[in-house]
Ligand binder design. Sequence first.
Ligand code: PLP
Ligand code: ZN
Length: 452
Amino acid sequence: MKADAWLKRAHATETGAFRRVIVSNAADLNDADSLIDLETNLRAPRTTIVTEPAARGQSMKSYLTHLECTYCHGTFSADEPQRTCPDCSKVLYPRYDMAAAKAGFDRDALPSRPANMWRYFEMMPVRDEANVITLGEGYTPIFKAERLGPEMGCSALYIKDEGLNPTGSFKARGLSAAVSKAKELGITKLTMPSAGNAAGAMTAYAAKGDMEAYVFMPRDAPDSNLKEVAITGGKLTLVDGLITDAGRLSRQKAEEAGLFDISTLQEPYRVEGKKTMGYEIAEQMSWTLPDAIIYPTGGGTGIVGMWKAFEEMEELGWIDGKRPKMFCVQSEGCAPMVRAFREGTEFAEPWQDAQTVAAGIRVPSGIGDYLILRALRESSGGAVTVTDDEILWYMKQVASLEGMFICPEGAATAAALSKLLANQELSPDDNILLLNTGAGLKYLELLESVGA
Ligand SMILES: Cc1ncc(COP(=O)(O)O)c(C=O)c1O
Ligand SMILES: [Zn+2]
């Protein structure tokens, strides 16, 4: 797309907090609608009171109706605890009354709401606002890569910075949603395996919600993840192995001790938090979508969540049918999705001896494999691997050109972009969005490798 976007910063007058918004292209600024968008965006407070998830003076109602299996299409109640499909063991998705939502949820209501992911409450699975456990997650800025873009030959390159979330990664979104819904369903004890960042997010939200949290994490997960679990009072078990080994132990512990296991996509609600990235991208880009999104894929909840958001927004009439090409990036040392995409299979075989410096994408297999592969194929996107050296090089490159200390998983998207440009899967004129999923500050032990 030809659009050249500008980034604006504005003081949110009520809080004094800095808020960054992306505004539409130069041509759009000449039309009245875009000017109104810009003005209302600039007036929206970053958060009024951080603990207040929703909109002051407006009561919000979730249009949640039921859960639907993404594989056999069986339907189930969303008002009792559920994990995977009782019939086929695949992923359950929350579904909403879309006709009522289309009539009752106007996107023009959004600008006056607090800038966190609960602004999309009507399309979120929690029924009562009082059950929302929030630390202010979401509504992260999209920056134009003013120096990295030209350096890579791109005229319209953007980075959405999920490192600015509470707990320093986009995992905050999924866990705010899942822990809130668990609270609403009366669950008080949670367990989960994690590559690292999800664990820190889970224990933070559990602490705020006064719930008990157990986590199972590979022994060599980033040090920051171990420390954030400890300080938020999580009960941590370190595992000699990978996230898949941690998953087995977490499920075992759940059975023994009566805990609820919230492994990603093995309960229906983490994806609802992650899908808000998709809503935000559309809202921040004035209800258009980029030509391509590049996403570092582990269990895949982020990529399938954004795809779900695009489907929902189309049904709501908020966006047209033009969707981005979705690209999944994985490391050469752990690339089950890339291999399955290339082989044209519906599911992905587990990857043996998974290794990469990007801990969040060291995920040898996941229950959402068929959903990731569907999104890549339906969007005419693709899948690409990068090496650890390329990841580390792009960490430095993005930091030194853009001032953004991004995580290795985020750096993998820039490395992937250079390959997709070289093999002409993407063109220099495309409007391209990279997802930086976390803060580089959580990976200080990697600094030596990037030569900083
Ligand atoms: C920083 C970071 N990026 C990406 C991922 C992969 O996310 P997903 O499971 O949504 O594919 C993770 C997962 O732990 C992560 O921590
Ligand atoms: Zn099913």
